[in-house]
Design a protein around this ligand. Structure first.
Ligand SMILES: Cc1cc2nc3c(=O)[nH]c(=O)nc-3n(C[C@H](O)[C@H](O)[C@H](O)COP(=O)(O)OP(=O)(O)OC[C@H]3O[C@@H](n4cnc5c(N)ncnc54)[C@H](O)[C@@H]3O)c2cc1C
Length: 81
């Protein structure tokens, strides 16, 4: 289970593991520690609007979506001439 808490709330709790950054590495480490290790994990992300880091927001996912759209546009453009 995950819940979003404020910094002040986090201060008063004891954590088994603190992970900084919710990118591919941090999210994976936090989820695995919590699910497989049963640890109480605090995941800290400085950028509230970009949870998931580079891969989800500007890297792998958007890039592949752009390539997918460009590929389809290229195919369809053959029929538009
Ligand atoms: C255009 C592009 C395309 C890509 N395509 C692919 C692909 O197809 N396949 C692939 O495997 N990889 C791809 N990558 C690489 C992939 O995005 C990175 O390898 C991956 O995101 C690295 O993850 P990370 O967790 O190390 O860092 P990041 O994803 O950068 O995450 C770091 C996180 O930590 C946070 N943070 C930083 N400092 C602090 C702090 N002091 N306190 C709190 N939070 C903090 C940041 O806000 C960020 O959310 C691509 C990258 C780019 C730029």
């Amino acid at each position: 289970m995950s819940v979003e808490i404020t910094g002040r709330e986090a201060e008063g709790t004891k954590w088994d593991l603190v992970v900084i950054g919710s990118g591919t590495a941090g999210a994976d480490a936090a989820v695995r520690a919590a699910q497989l290790g049963g640890l109480k994990v605090l995941l800290i992300e400085k950028n509230r609007d970009r949870l998931g880091g580079t891969c989800v927001n500007v890297g792998c996912v958007p890039t592949k979506k752009l390539l997918y759209i460009a590929d389809h546009y290229h195919e369809l453009s053959k029929y538009l001439q």
